[in-house]
Design a protein around this ligand. Structure first.
Ligand SMILES: Cc1cc2nc3c(=O)[nH]c(=O)nc-3n(C[C@H](O)[C@H](O)[C@H](O)COP(=O)(O)OP(=O)(O)OC[C@H]3O[C@@H](n4cnc5c(N)ncnc54)[C@H](O)[C@@H]3O)c2cc1C
Length: 398
């Protein structure tokens, strides 16, 4: 079987399929593990807290998606949370603990503290562990090799793969295929000239290929903005300050210093409030004239004590220090940036698309989040549905 892409979803699928006895080939556009997954800083949601339940995780997720997601898919996502964390831990992801207990944060749209972190770069830690697991699984990996065509052939699919540079195209026959090529929003953002948080590999050709083959899609044009894209300093323009800044107490203010939204509301609500504030002429301006609102990161140390930002948000703090700005004494000008494709290829609970023998997982799929995604649920989606897709595809190939 063939796995296309090697972010969280592709690597989880490959490990799961190889574990189920399938002969697996992973083809991926650049290096193994390169993609949006490695950029994730905020964390991963799972109902592991003492006062939490998978039912509550389900409710929060379904409500944040405006009740447009497929309930069965949301249910499987929430139910799979604790087991996904156990699986990642077994692969070597070291989730941050306070005095021996998992550290949990409440993030936008969640009714409980449910966000786990592995240091400050949870996605990068996941990629490191999954990369090792893929290498150990026996799956074959073709790096710098892009899927350019897929066509039905006999009992499966013929995939045309293009190695980087001027390499000769190769075709492979696979009984089953897992599409895990991500949401491709960088491609869309570049075409529209809008800022995006996405990795350069995040282009939508695989999604389009599947749709052209007749796969059903859902909420394809529902794109999530990350509320707090940095506007200034120029060298950090478009960089998304993680949601944890607001979970730790950073507040949003218009040019007059007034707060205008609940900072822990779901992302679509916060992003829209920022856009409305700027459009109403209440935004502040960067030296180059770009508009935004103030994210008062100085509130974090005021609320939690001096040194808190330097310890808990060391990565963000240092990035700004290098750019000549101290976020413990200065506020950051922010404006929403394009971040995540909420929809994608329609899947069922086994991660099957409507094309026979073709499965999908991660940001390329649709129906898990509906028209808006909760922060931290995407990393969980890649693991829960990546593993399901791998097992389903292995079974289909058999
Ligand atoms: C800056 C940033 C911060 C984020 N923070 C969080 C967070 O804190 N918590 C959270 O839950 N989510 C977060 N997200 C979202 C989350 O990281 C992604 O949605 C998720 O990791 C996507 O995983 P994926 O495996 O579906 O896709 P990706 O990780 O993007 O992987 C896609 C893979 O497909 C490959 N590929 C693409 N096209 C082709 C092709 N034609 N042929 C072969 N290979 C191809 C790519 O090279 C890549 O390996 C964040 C995203 C960004 C960008």
């Amino acid at each position: 079987m063939l796995v296309v892409g090697s972010g969280g979803a592709g690597m989880s699928a490959a490990v799961s399929a190889a574990g189920a006895g399938a002969r697996v080939l992973v083809t991926t556009k650049s290096a193994l593990g390169a993609g949006n997954t490695g950029r994730a800083q905020g964390g991963i949601q799972a109902a592991v807290g003492d006062d939490d339940s998978t039912e509550s995780h389900f409710e929060d997720t379904f409500a944040a998606g405006h009740r447009t997601a497929r309930p069965e898919l949301v249910r499987r996502l929430a139910d799979g949370g604790p087991e996904a964390i156990a699986w990642l831990s077994a692969l070597g992801v070291s989730f941050t603990r306070d005095e021996g207990r998992l550290r949990l944060l409440r993030c936008g749209g969640a009714s409980r503290k449910r966000l786990l972190q592995a240091g400050e770069r949870t996605g990068a830690e996941m990629v490191k562990a999954l990369r090792g697991a893929v290498r150990a699984s026996g799956a074959e990996v073709w790096e710098s090799t892009t899927l350019v065509d897929l066509a039905p052939e006999g009992d499966g699919w013929r995939a045309t793969l293009a190695p980087g540079g001027n390499g000769t195209r190769r075709t492979v026959h696979a009984r089953a295929v897992v599409l895990a090529a991500g949401g491709g929003l960088r491609g869309e953002a570049d075409a529209l000239g809008i800022g995006s948080t996405n990795h350069p590999d995040a282009t939508p050709e695989v999604l389009r290929l599947a749709l052209d083959l007749g796969a059903e899609g859902r909420e394809l044009d529902s794109w999530q903005r990350h509320p707090t894209g940095s506007v200034w300093p120029e060298s950090l323009a478009g960089y998304a300050l993680p949601e944890t800044t607001r979970a730790y107490g950073a507040t949003l203010h218009d040019a007059d210093g007034e707060r205008f939204v609940d900072e822990l509301a779901p992302r679509d609500v916060v992003a829209q409030a920022i856009i409305d504030t700027v459009q109403a002429g209440r935004g502040a301006e960067a030296p180059d004239g770009s508009a935004g609102v103030w994210l008062d990161t100085t509130a974090i140390d005021r609320e939690n004590g001096s040194g808190f930002t330097a310890e808990r948000l060391a990565y963000v703090h240092n990035r700004y220090l290098k750019a000549g700005m101290d976020i413990t004494t200065e506020r950051v000008l922010v404006y929403p940036v394009l971040h995540y494709r909420n929809g994608g290829l329609a899947i069922d609970e086994n991660a099957a698309t409507t094309l026979p023998g073709v499965f999908a997982a991660g940001e390329i799929s649709g129906g898990v989040h509906g028209a808006n995604r909760l922060m931290g649920n995407s990393l969980l989606d890649t693991v829960v549905y990546g593993r399901i897709a791998g097992a389903s595809a292995a079974e289909a190939a058999r």
